[in-house]
Design a protein around this ligand. Structure first.
Ligand SMILES: Nc1nc2c(ncn2[C@@H]2O[C@H](COP(=O)(O)OP(=O)(O)OP(=O)(O)O)[C@@H](O)[C@H]2O)c(=O)[nH]1
Length: 400
């Protein structure tokens, strides 16, 4: 996978992730409208196969490719299994999706992705990682983690949400913006007049304030969040809040309302910060990793060649000292010239004889639809060009 984009312009890729009902779809709809008003229309991908109504007009919609209900029926799955399998099937064709994105990348500033409502289906699945890595290896990519602010006003819920965000950061290692949504909702204020977003923001910067909220919660509600938590629970939350101090340092935090549109300029500023962070921190790491992988690949190629030479008792000049019985020995230069024999990428991807490995996803409930929004096929299909084929990784993940 190349770390360089096929285009010169580098749009920011924003993966919108959040708990069910946190307002991801509404946030995307508002962001889309906000960017349109700035004459910077984004490119949008919907990866939620179960969403009924997409209010923002996605350029690429998973529902055009996979019918999630049909997948559930045919594979005898429940709703979550159906969504996961649909995402897996879609990911087998993600090289084509990338081809389409690459074509449009030069003309947009933002590429937005809406993810399934069940957060773990994207964040803990093989397909989620493949999609994230594929995008992050080409474009400045970040996570916009959407939080339902009114529901995080209890210290325990706040802490759970932060731990989840932390686990996503740890897993993807991508820059992250914490988006406290629904700031239009009236929330109880403290003596200094701080309501929802201001209060939780304070908890992130002032450990003592969080401690005070915890104490108050215990006194008034008899436990964490009124859920009957014990002293042990609070002491655990205490320790975790200290640990999270380091996590908060790496984040940009904004308060928005997807309904009223407040805070969206702040969000775009945070996106700009994260693009810089990507270029400064993530990209060099990725390039170093790619370099290491390349040199390992090179080394293993040399080792194989050396073994082959040894087996055939050949020297570097390509002179065979002991031709094999019953066959004409191929010289090294013959082998090097013959690119068709073994494709380097195929060896790397373990795809020799990939005829059997590329699944036909045109099965029940599945079909790649190239409508006017998708445009023409990129010609970089799973079997077409030199694009990365994700089928094998997905097949393995599905078998597990
Ligand atoms: N007051 C208020 N309500 C909001 C806001 N954003 C979203 N909502 C409401 O929250 C509910 C859930 O919003 P969605 O956008 O469907 O949330 P989602 O995260 O996409 O939902 P799933 O994909 O089903 O998990 C809807 O009733 C929205 O109207 C906001 O900023 N303020």
């Amino acid at each position: 996978m190349s770390t360089e984009s096929t285009t010169e312009k580098q749009p920011a890729v924003i993966l919108v992730i959040g708990m069910a009902g946190s307002g991801k779809t509404t946030f995307l709809q508002r962001l889309n409208a906000h960017l349109h008003s700035k004459k910077q229309p984004p490119y949008i991908l919907n990866l939620d196969p179960a969403v009924r109504n997409v209010p923002y007009g996605a350029n690429i919609d998973i529902r055009d490719t996979v019918d999630y209900r049909e997948v559930m029926k045919q594979y005898n799955l429940g709703p979550n299994g159906g969504i996961l399998t649909s995402l897996n099937l879609f990911t087998t064709k993600f090289d084509q999706v990338l081809g389409l994105v690459n074509k449009r990348a030069a003309s947009v500033d933002h590429i937005l992705l809406d993810t399934p409502g069940q957060i773990e289906i994207f964040t803990w699945s093989a397909s989620g990682s493949i999609i994230t890595d594929a995008l992050a290896s080409q474009y400045p990519t970040m996570i916009a983690y959407i939080i339902d602010t009114p529901r995080t006003r209890s210290p325990a819920t706040f802490m759970s949400n932060m731990l989840y965000a932390c686990s996503i950061l740890y897993k993807t290692k991508l820059p992250m913006v914490l988006v406290f949504n629904k700031c239009d909702v009236e929330m109880p204020e403290d003596e200094e007049g701080r309501g929802g977003f201001e209060k939780v923001k304070e908890w992130m910067s002032d450990w003592e304030s969080f401690q005070a909220a915890l104490r108050e919660d215990e006194e008034t509600l008899g436990g964490t969040g009124g859920t009957g938590g014990s002293g042990y629970m609070n002491s655990l939350i205490n320790s975790m809040s200290l640990m999270l101090e380091e996590f908060y340092r790496h984040l940009d935090v904004v308060g928005v309302s997807a309904v009223t549109g407040q805070g969206f300029n702040d969000f775009l500023e945070a996106v700009q910060n994260k693009v810089e962070e990507y270029n400064k921190e993530y990209k060099p790491e990725l390039e170093a990793l790619m370099k290491e992988r390349e040199s390992k690949k090179e080394k293993s190629k040399e080792d194989s060649l050396a073994r082959l030479m040894k087996d055939m008792k050949m020297d570097k000049s390509g002179i065979t000292s002991a031709p094999q019985e019953g066959g004409s020995a191929e010289t090294i230069s013959d082998m090097e010239d013959n690119d068709d024999d073994i494709d380097e990428d195929d060896v790397y991807n373990g795809q020799l004889g990939d005829e059997d490995l590329v699944p036909d996803i045109s099965g029940p409930g599945v079909g790649m639809k190239h409508d006017e929004r998708w445009g023409q096929s990129s010609g970089q299909g799973a079997r077409g060009g030199r694009g990365k084929d994700f089928s094998k990784e997905i097949l393995e993940a599905m078998q597990r």
